[in-house]
Design a protein around this ligand. Sequence first.
Ligand code: ZN
Length: 141
Amino acid sequence: MRWFEILIWHDHRVCSECFARLTRPDPEPGESAMEPRTETATLGVDLIEPPASIANVAPMPEARTTCNECGSVRGLSQSETLSTSEATDRVPALAARLQEAGYHVKTDVIYRVVDHLKGLDRHTADDKRIFAIAAAKGVQR
Ligand SMILES: [Zn+2]
């Protein structure tokens, strides 16, 4: 459990919702507004900016990472419990992250464990624990 938490859950580069690799978003088009407005400034119209436009050119929030796969902002896990199919949908990404960490992963084992634990009442609501157990079993030699 602890191993899983350190390796996957608390890795801010990995989405805790779907285990997708999080990437920094590309600079948004709005950032061009921060460029020196030499041409427009000479027109005199933009020399005095209303407060609203000053707010618009305020620094973008740093390191805002939104998951491309599930849309989870900052990769934080939602509190809702996954369905069995939703849980198994996340297995390939989880396996990929474990592989990247240098483990030999048996993806079919992870599938089986997730599927099995999802069918047990005492485990089904604890997705994090299910993935932790499945990950641990999936990397056993
Ligand atoms: Zn995600």
